[in-house]
Design a protein around this ligand. Structure first.
Ligand code: SF4
Ligand code: SF4
Ligand code: SF4
Ligand code: FES
Length: 346
């Protein structure tokens, strides 16, 4: 049996989807709610970013449509790409947060500053140095005008985190030059070009970020300390997204140059839920249902479900139980399969 995708004749076997056939020919169709891991597939078909045009007539989700002999599919046309971009932009309309922290976006070397500060908080200076070495460009804080500190969100509460001083104290002089590979550099540059950014934060929102940062430290067992370096690192509000390194939404929005502002609506800041080792950020949830399916597949006693209707629907735990009780054996898998930074492990 054969299917034609973008004028390529592609063989497939019974039971395969259009997405399977496309992948076998190296055609990259974006997916968010379709997840595959350890031979397990989850296909809620809720996000619509994998749309293709079938037989020149209608649009179908390629992840949930079985391939049939003789089908003619368009995947890479401008029309299809525009629809996928719109699907991504609709998902972004209710999506709040920062992919990268303002300090990282301002840093001329693109350094993942909050990640360095998290390592310093744990007294893990080796990891802090590793993150610095992975930076896109050479980090040289001693010869920099400190734009990271100018834009630091902490200015809105009291004063900026002393980022450059902290980093200068961590870096031995002989490792200033970046060891990142060209591939890491180009991936970092692409990610930095596209980023969801919060509107200018109110004082209330900054206080929410500060509370969350403190709760995360407490949950990780990081206690107050006499070390001045660690105390300074503890002032960081961790404005970045915990899931930015695994986020498929970020990856495809960057690829399709989706505009976060096209359909965007204002919203209140909702504090994340920290439960056991799980961190759930409703503001970043695209309500795809993947985590619900993971809990169900693993036979969780409580599990998760959609609560509410229409625009107000959200992922929740029945009977107001804590999130970690709902995902007793599924937390790692749900976090790994969540296509955004909404569900993470701390
Ligand atoms: S969930 Fe993804 S798109 Fe959203 S803020 Fe986090 S990294 Fe960015
Ligand atoms: S508070 Fe932390 S993450 Fe936020 S801008 Fe300042 S240093 Fe960066
Ligand atoms: S938490 Fe993640 S997996 Fe669960 S519904 Fe939201 S986006 Fe999907
Ligand atoms: S990936 Fe196909 S509908 Fe979401």
């Amino acid at each position: 049996m054969k299917i034609t995708i973008d004028n390529q004749l592609i063989p497939f076997t019974s039971g395969q989807t259009i997405l399977d056939a496309a992948r076998s020919a190296g055609i990259d169709i974006p997916v968010l709610c379709f997840r595959e891991r350890n031979n397990c597939r989850i296909t809620p078909a809720s996000c619509q970013v994998c749309l293709v045009k079938l037989d020149g007539k209608r649009f179908v989700p390629s992840c949930a449509t079985k391939a049939e002999d003789g089908m003619v599919v368009e995947s890479e046309t401008d029309e299809v790409k525009q629809l996928r971009k719109t699907a991504l932009e609709l998902l972004l309309s209710e999506h709040y947060g920062d992919c990268a922290a303002p300090c990282q976006l301002a840093c001329p070397a693109g350094l993942d500053i909050p990640k360095v500060l998290r390592a310093i908080q744990r007294n893990d200076f080796t990891e802090a140095l590793d993150v610095i070495k992975q930076s896109a460009l050479t980090v040289d804080c001693t010869n920099c005008r400190k734009p990271c500190e100018t834009v630091c969100r902490r200015n809105g509460l009291d004063s900026a985190v002393s980022i450059c001083r902290l980093i200068s104290e961590v870096i031995p002089c002989d490792v200033l030059s970046s060891q990142a590979t060209p591939q890491v550099i180009s991936q970092a540059a692409a990610k930095m070009k596209w980023s969801v950014k919060r509107n200018k934060p109110s004082k209330e929102m900054l206080q929410t970020l500060e509370n969350t940062a403190r709760q995360l430290r407490e949950a990780e067992g990081i206690t107050e300390t006499d070390s001045e370096i660690v105390q300074q690192a503890n002032r960081c509000l961790h404005c970045d997204c915990l899931g930015k390194d695994k986020c498929s939404l970020l990856h495809y929005c960057a690829l399709y140059n989706a505009s976060p502002r096209r359909f965007s609506q204002q919203s209140e800041t909702v504090p994340p839920i920290i439960s056991g080792k799980i961190v759930y950020e409703m503001e970043k949830c695209i309500r795809c249902g993947v985590c619900i399916a993971v809990a169900e597949k693993n036979g969780e006693e409580t599990g998760l479900s959609f609560i509410g209707r229409g625009y107000d629907v959200k992922v929740g735990v029945p009977f107001v139980r804590p999130l970690d009780a709902a995902l007793q054996n599924s937390a790692d898998e749900a976090a790994a399969m969540c296509p955004t930074g909404a569900m993470n492990l701390r």
